[in-house]
Write a protein that binds this ligand. Structure first.
Ligand code: SAM
Ligand code: SF4
Length: 329
């Protein structure tokens, strides 16, 4: 079992996109109010006095859309400055990144994952929700800015949805031929959009690999690494291809993470809705941080059991009630 040293931190539950698979337009979501979010100071207290003493060293900022969080650059700076921080990363949709890439880099962010589900502006707009103007170009400019500023590795996340963007798998994989980018294909999960999800709503990673193999060949680069992705490479390509196959394969045994929601709930597992602890409420009730450490330590101890039990309850039939944007995907 992996050492759990990685915390995914949701900075905000709101988003400027409405991805079909995550928070589709028209979905009734109760957004958190500003005072319900963990404050900058509360988050730093939790990191310094609870998570770091328990061995957490890697942090990823996510959301919702983390770039919408007021003061995000200062937060990055303060987390990067904690002496124990070994890795600080962010997952973003990049819409606001063109102007923010440099300040984030200067603040100490070094790794960034960007969601890009299509290279076709019309398909992209269809996935992220109909808007009066296209958002693809601005997103692409954000990706370019991140690359030019020096974010390395630059990872692109693609959720593959049959009938929507599955025809672009080769185009997206082809981005790695000339660029040192990591394109990661994610199997769509039954979280968020219940209406979209059915038995046929996701494509097993192996089918995508088959398409790529037929076109260029594919070699294993780092299968069963630390993270959830199995990593491959097109022979001779500069970048790599990752496959996150949470539907077709169980990777609970290599899970090294916990998730902290924007309102301070700590989840031991993405799919677990019953074993959470409300750290924000505890802090505001002036519970001692030593006591919080014990609670989190207990959750760490039971996490392996939770991972497998939750998995057993099945993801192909079970639909989870909170969206990725609410949990902190
Ligand atoms: N807004 C940022 C973004 O989109 O990159 C960060 C938050 S988003 C919730 C994090 C990741 O979750 C994205 O890569 C997104 O594609 C993924 N995601 C959201 N809903 C999903 C679902 N139902 N199945 C698989 N991946 C999902
Ligand atoms: Fe927003 Fe990211 Fe969810 Fe898309 S996947 S709606 S960009 S939080």
């Amino acid at each position: 079992m992996n050492q759990v040293d990685y915390l995914r931190i949701s900075l905000i539950d709101r988003c400027n996109f409405r991805c079909q698979y995550c928070m589709p337009e028209g979905a009734e979501l109760d957004y958190l109010l500003q005072q319900e979010l963990l404050s900058h100071a509360e988050l730093l207290t939790l990191l310094a006095e609870v998570f770091i003493p328990l061995g957490f060293r890697k942090f990823r900022l996510t959301g919702g859309e983390p770039l919408l969080r007021p003061g995000v650059v200062d937060l990055v700076k303060d987390i990067a400055a904690l002496p124990e921080t070994e890795d600080l990363a962010m997952t973003t949709n990049a819409f606001l990144l063109a102007k923010m890439a440099q300040p984030l880099y200067d603040a100490g962010l070094r790794r960034i994952n960007i969601s890009l589900d299509s290279l076709n502006p019309d398909t992209f707009d269809k996935i992220i929700g109909n808007r009066s103007r296209s958002r693809w170009k601005q997103t692409w400019l954000g990706i370019q800015a991140a690359y030019e500023v020096g974010f390395n590795p630059l990872k692109l996340n693609v959720v593959v949805i049959p009938g929507v963007n599955d025809g672009e798998v080769l185009d997206l994989a082809g981005l790695t031929l000339e660029r040192n980018w990591h394109v990661r294909f994610i199997e769509f999960m039954p979280i968020g959009n219940q209406a979209l999800f059915s038995e046929n709503a996701w494509i097993p990673s192996e089918e995508l690999r088959h398409q790529i193999r037929l076109r260029w060949g594919l070699e294993a680069s780092q299968v069963r690494g630390n993270g959830p992705a199995d990593v491959f490479k097109i022979p001779g390509a500069k970048g790599t291809l990752g496959f996150i196959s949470q539907m077709s394969e169980c990777f609970c045994d290599r899970c090294n993470r916990m998730r902290l929601s924007a309102d301070g709930w700590l989840r031991p597992c993405l799919l677990n809705e019953s074993n959470q602890i409300n750290l924000k409420a505890a802090l505001r009730d002036r519970v001692k941080t030593s006591e919080l450490r014990s609670k989190v330590s207990h959750l760490l101890a039971i996490k392996p059991e939770i991972n497998f039990k939750q998995r057993d309850s099945g993801t192909t039939t079970g639909i989870y009630t909170r969206t990725m944007s609410q949990i902190g995907g």
